[in-house]
Every structure is written in structure tokens, then in C-alpha cells.
Design a protein around this ligand. Structure first.
Ligand SMILES: Cc1cc2nc3c(=O)[nH]c(=O)nc-3n(C[C@H](O)[C@H](O)[C@H](O)COP(=O)(O)OP(=O)(O)OC[C@H]3O[C@@H](n4cnc5c(N)ncnc54)[C@H](O)[C@@H]3O)c2cc1C
Length: 348
């Protein structure tokens, strides 16, 4: 595994992981609850005008900081024999049935297979001239941890003009507050504080939690150029996993679940390829594309539609009225953006 950053490291993310992948992680002897993850069972969803609905999550999930889980997963991979190198991958070429991987440390590696798990937007996407990179990336992500009061077992998804914000507690009892906003809305304000006071605070749930909590970061973390344009699960013969294969809108709260699930799918098929069950690279690539599309095609679309509807002010208020009248609809909508919990045989 080649990773450019050092662990542990904070990352802009809502830090809620769907239980869809809990069984798989546990089958790898990785227990997020042993690290203090919060068991999330409830959701409160609100519109810009603070109309809200609360429900039990059909599958539930857990909340843990990326600072904690990313470093622990890296350690677990090393325990199972992975070699983790710290370097920036500059280029990946495929020629004569072999990959050549060049890194910033001037090393060159050859490998029969390469898995691309480099996230939503990387210099590698530019290098490979991937189609999505030319499209606009109009979103900005902002996140910080806070000290304050918030239930241990709930996640809040609260909309405001131009974006939405996720709120949940993580392993050390800090509250993670993370939002996604479009540039068009954000650029009218001089600072994050001014934006929050004038826009985010219009949602009473966000005003309540932000104004009664104290930030523990020196300043919020930000990322730019977030895009949800479609991508391909195989590019240049690389098996793309996670956001590198396609990014679901974070309002659906399932990007990490999809990243972990796609990695599991890729590794199972690679095992089939190495024992001859899949007879050629072409068969492996077809099998992965088929499995990926079957697993994620519909939920990516559902995630985009839901997030689009919640961006439309009046329509989202109307949808919320319907949800309040017929609350049983919400769990079925959530199910559309999530997969089924994995049936796990012991993999190790
Ligand atoms: C605002 C926001 C909120 C979100 N909230 C949630 C949430 O609550 N729940 C959820 O499940 N998902 C959420 N997501 C989505 C989630 O963060 C991603 O889906 C998930 O991180 C994808 O995992 P990944 O491994 O594909 O990519 P990443 O986690 O981004 O990992 C990619 C890694 O590749 C490394 N890398 C990139 N390029 C190179 C290179 N050239 N060389 C070496 N290393 C490289 C990066 O340093 C990075 O560590 C959110 C996203 C955003 C933007």
C-alpha cells in the first residue's frame, strides 16, 4: 500500500460508518467499538427551515474519527503482512501485462495488479486524464471537532441553504460537525465564521449545537473541488475502489461503507483470479465491473436524487411534510442508499 500522508491524520468526513460493513471488519478481527466508536441507532433529519423528523436507523452504524480508524486500519493491514510505504504515487503505467508505479521517493515498482484507492480527486486522475476531472467540482467540505452536548447514539443530518451538515459524537466524546456546501453560496461570505452565523445558523438544530459547543481544533479543516460526477470502476486496467470508482453524496452517509465493501469485492475477485477461477485479466475486469455496478449503481443514483431534492428549498419542505405524515417512508429511503449487511465467511 502506498499512501502519501502520515497516520494518524484528521480528514474532512462525517465519520459515520454504516453497519453494512461491520461484519466484514469484525471478520478481519477489527472491532471499531474496541476503539471507542459510538453505536449510532437514531437519525434526525431537518430541512433549511428546521422542519424535522427523527427515526431509528434501519441498519444503524458507528461513529469514529478518521484520525482513529484510518491509523488503526493501517496497523491492522501491517499485522496481516501488508507493507505500507509513505510516498506520493506520481504515475501508473500498464504495458506488456505489467504495471509500473512511480513514486515521489524515486522508487519504481512493478506489479501484476494495481488497486486504485486514491479517493475522490487525485493527481493520478489528472495524469490518467479521467473524464470526470474536466467537469465542474462545485462543493466545499468543512469540518471540526467540538466539546459539547450531543447524544451518543444519534446522527443529525441538517440542511441549510447551499448544503447540509452531519453531526455525531466520535470515540473521544468530541462532536464531529462536518458540512458540505456549494461555492456559489459560500463565496458570498468573508470567512467560515461569517458563513456559519449567516447561513448555517438559520437551521435551529445547527445553531443550537454550534453555539453551545467549543471547537477543539485550532481551525476547521477544509477541502475543495468535491464532485459527484460518475467514474468507471476500471480505468487503465486499475481496479478502482472507494471514491476513486465513484462517490456517493455524503448526505447518504455511506461513502466509507462503499469504500470498504468495494475493497472486499476487489480482493475476493483477485483471489479468484490468482487461483485460476477467473482465467484472464479480462475476466477479472469484467467480473469486478459487473459486481461493482450491481452493488452500487442504484444507491449512487438514489444518493444523488435525495441530495438534489434536499437542495431545493420548497420541495424539500414539502417532502419533509410528507415524511412527517408518513414516517415509515424514511427508513425505506435510507435503505435505498445502503446495501445489505454482509454475509461473512471467515476470510483469514
Ligand atoms: C463533507 C464530507 C462528509 C462525508 N461524510 C461521510 C460520512 O459521514 N460517512 C461516510 O461513510 N462517508 C462520508 N464521506 C465520504 C467518505 O469520506 C469517502 O467516501 C471515503 O473516505 C472514501 O474512502 P477512499 O478510501 O475511497 O478515499 P480516501 O479516504 O480519500 O483515501 C484515499 C487516500 O489516498 C491517498 N492518495 C491520494 N492520491 C494519492 C497518491 N497519488 N499517492 C499516494 N496516496 C494518495 C490520500 O492521501 C488518502 O489517504 C464524506 C465526504 C465528504 C466530502
Amino acid at each position: 500500500m502506498i499512501e502519501k500522508n502520515e497516520y494518524p491524520k484528521h480528514k474532512v468526513c462525517g465519520e459515520y460508518i454504516s453497519n453494512e460493513v461491520l461484519g466484514y471488519l469484525q471478520s478481519l478481527n477489527f472491532d471499531p467499538f474496541a476503539l471507542g466508536a459510538k453505536d449510532i441507532k437514531k437519525l434526525t433529519l431537518s430541512t433549511r427551515k428546521s422542519r424535522s423528523i427523527s427515526t431509528n436507523l434501519p441498519l444503524g452504524g458507528f461513529s469514529i474519527s478518521r484520525f482513529c480508524i484510518d491509523a488503526a486500519l493501517k496497523k491492522k493491514a501491517e499485522e496481516y503482512g501488508a507493507l505500507v510505504l509513505q510516498a506520493n504515487v506520481l504515475d501508473v503505467k500498464f504495458e506488456d501485462d505489467i504495471f509500473t508505479v512511480k513514486t515521489s521517493t524515486k522508487e519504481v515498482y512493478n506489479a501484476p495488479l494495481v488497486i486504485g484507492g486514491f479517493g475522490k480527486r487525485s493527481t493520478l486522475d489528472v495524469k490518467m486524464n479521467r473524464a470526470f476531472i474536466k467537469k465542474s467540482s462545485p462543493y466545499l467540505g468543512i469540518k471540526a471537532h467540538y466539546k459539547g452536548n450531543f447524544p451518543n447514539d444519534a446522527v443529525g443530518l441538517h440542511n441549510f441553504k447551499g448544503g447540509y451538515c452531519g453531526v455525531s459524537k466520535v470515540e473521544n466524546d468530541h462532536i464531529n460537525i462536518c458540512y458540505l456546501v456549494d461555492y456559489k453560496t459560500f463565496k458570498g461570505y468573508k470567512s467560515i465564521t461569517e458563513f456559519e452565523k449567516n447561513v448555517v445558523y438559520k437551521n435551529k438544530f445547527l445553531k443550537e449545537v454550534l453555539s453551545n459547543s467549543t471547537m477543539v481544533f485550532d481551525k476547521p479543516l477544509t477541502i475543495s473541488q468535491v464532485s459527484f460526477s460518475s467514474k468507471k470502476p476500471i480505468e487503465n486496467h486499475i481496479l478502482m475502489c472507494g471514491d476513486a470508482a465513484g462517490m456517493i453524496h455524503p448526505l447518504a452517509g455511506n461513502g466509507m461503507g462503499m469504500a470498504i465493501r468495494s475493497a472486499q469485492m476487489a480482493s475476493n475477485l483477485i483471489l479468484d483470479y490468482s487461483c485460476g477461477k477467473l482465467k484472464s485479466r479480462k475476466e477479472l475486469e469484467l467480473a469486478y465491473t459487473k459486481a461493482w455496478t450491481k452493488e452500487f449503481g442504484i444507491r449512487l443514483k438514489a444518493g444523488h436524487i435525495i441530495s438534489r431534492l434536499f437542495r431545493l428549498g420548497l420541495i424539500s419542505e414539502f417532502i419533509m411534510l410528507i415524511l412527517q405524515l408518513f414516517p415509515f417512508i424514511l427508513p425505506s429511503i435510507i435503505k435505498k442508499t445502503h446495501g445489505k449487511p454482509l454475509e461473512v465467511e471467515s476470510l483469514i
